[in-house]
Design a binder for this molecule. Structure first.
Ligand SMILES: Cc1ncc(COP(=O)(O)O)c(C=O)c1O
Length: 485
């Protein structure tokens, strides 16, 4: 037996309450200071400057925990975009619910992969219960199934894979052939949809984008397109509707689209990555009325349920649809008896090694309650509506839509005399300079071909005073830019 490696002592020391408390203290200080709005939202340092901090030889020997913690604080935490900051109003990634942040350590401590039940018997049971709860909210019956995913992109891929298995049962063995069925989706759908179409081997030409009307998939054009495809004898693999679109947070008319698909026997997948959480809100639930008509649903708890990354979910009205999607055999892992329901989630899930993210979603529900999380959903939407109102009171900005959720696009127009093209440039530069200032953080997109500013309120601590600061900061920065400063 070789001598005991001193590294084993380091492992023991790092596993103690004292060592853990130091990490915890670091995180708690970050949450407290950033949560109350201290310091900049982001770093103005260039990619090169940040990369230079880590440029060095591979650390072969390791260092004392003190030194590592100090670098973590000074060189990592110091250079992050602070989503917990109330002036962060950027992409659709949350300021996470605190109890779920601490639960991350529990998940990693246990580290059971949820692909196979025997590795994670309790997380597996929790995941199945979450699927039942979420499926029931969506209006599904007891035959429903689902699996957690890394996010909405994987969830939509999985839903469409299930649709492919139904339309082309031989595709797993034989491929999709030269004339695959088409997928029809709204032009404002997330790129997850076209990515899945390509990944599934259908080829992008098998994707048909339906124009939007008022940012929603135009159901009249969808109907005419399905009629035309029928006349041409082209098979439709799936229709994809969006609940909570990425650009403006709009909800497609799921009742009308669901009825259309039901009448024609078409597979409806709803990308509710952003907006399916409206099911938790008494005030906003009506926006997803009809979602239960979908055969599959993508729903990201890491967006509007404010879970930390990663927590995605795909639901299927019939669990067997997911089982058929992945026609996988793996005798070293999955041990179900013929004809018996398999508890292993790996048979209906893209990932093999999978974190037990179910535990943190369960903790969120236990701690804050489904109704509480629904109220937070409302609060994010109310704050966004207030921003819309405040913008409406100013001559130097225009709003571009009434927010249906927590996403709002608007445009700086100054005194109204600039050309649309110069405003495109100004708005683009405005977002860059404003974000670089550390005062706040927003995003931008193209809407109707024009460059616009875009906010997504993902932090329940963002309040009226922060909205005022946002508008004052943007207007001041825009005036500086217009003056050539
Ligand atoms: C409507 C919609 N679908 C899918 C996604 C992708 O989700 P994820 O980033 O979790 O893969 C997003 C992300 O913003 C989205 O807004």
């Amino acid at each position: 037996m070789p001598d005991r490696d001193p590294l084993l002592d380091a492992l023991d020391a790092d596993a103690t309450r004292e060592a853990g408390a130091r990490f915890l203290d670091l995180v708690a200080r970050y949450l407290e200071t950033t949560g109350r709005g201290d310091g900049p939202v982001s770093t103005a340092q260039s990619p090169q400057d940040i990369a230079a901090r880590f440029d060095g030889p591979l650390p072969a020997g390791g260092a004392p925990l003190d030194m590592v913690l100090s670098r973590l604080e000074r060189q990592v935490l110091d250079g992050v975009t602070r989503l917990v900051h109330p002036m962060y109003m950027g992409h659709q990634v949350s300021a996470p619910l605190p109890a779920t942040i601490w639960t991350e350590a529990v998940i990693s401590a246990v580290n059971g992969s949820t692909a196979v039940r025997e590795m994670s018997p309790t997380a597996n049971a929790i995941e199945h219960q979450l699927v039942r709860w979420f499926g029931t909210l969506a209006g599904y019956g007891p035959g429903c199934g689902g699996t957690l995913t890394s996010g909405g992109t994987e969830a939509t891929f999985t839903g469409l894979l299930a649709a492919r298995a139904a339309a082309l049962p031989d595709a797993w063995e034989q491929g999709v052939g030269a004339d695959p069925p088409v997928v029809v989706y709204g032009e404002q759908a997330h790129y997850a949809v076209t990515r899945a179409i390509a990944e599934l081997g259908l080829g992008l030409r098998a994707g048909i984008a339906i124009p939007a009307r008022d940012h929603r998939l135009d159901v009249g054009i969808l109907t005419a397109t399905l009629d035309r495809l029928g006349r041409e004898g082209r098979a439709v693999m799936a229709v994809v509707a969006t609940a909570g679109s990425t650009p403006v947070g709009a909800f497609d008319d799921l009742e009308a689209i669901g009825a259309l698909c039901a009448a024609r026997g078409l597979w409806l997948h709803v990308d509710g990555a952003h907006g399916a959480s409206a099911l938790l809100s008494a005030k906003h639930r009506h926006r997803v009325a009809g979602i239960g008509q979908a055969r599959t649903i993508a729903w990201d708890p890491h967006k509007m349920m404010l879970l930390p990354l990663a927590a995605g979910l795909v639901l299927a009205r019939e669990e067997r649809d997911l089982d058929q999607a992945f026609a996988q055999r793996a005798p070293y892992l999955f041990h179900g008896q013929a004809g018996e329901r398999i508890w292993d989630q790996g048979v209906r899930s893209f990932q093999c090694s999978r974190r037990a993210d179910a535990i943190k979603i369960w903790v969120a529900l236990e701690r804050y309650g489904a109704d509480g999380i629904g109220r937070l959903y409302d609060r994010l939407c109310d704050t966004t509506l207030l921003l819309h109102q405040k913008l409406g009171e100013r001559p130097d900005f225009v709003t571009l839509h009434l927010p249906e959720s927590n996403i709002l696009c608007f445009r700086y127009v100054g005194d109204g005399h600039a050309t649309p093209e110069s405003l495109d440039q100004l708005n683009f530069a405005l977002r860059q300079r404003y974000n670089a200032s550390g005062e706040g953080w927003i995003t931008t997109t193209l809407l109707g071909g024009r460059r616009v500013l875009r906010t997504t309120i993902m932090n329940p601590r963002t309040g009226p005073e922060h909205l005022d600061r946002l508008l004052a900061g943007l207007a001041r920065t825009a005036r500086e830019l217009a003056a050539g400063a």
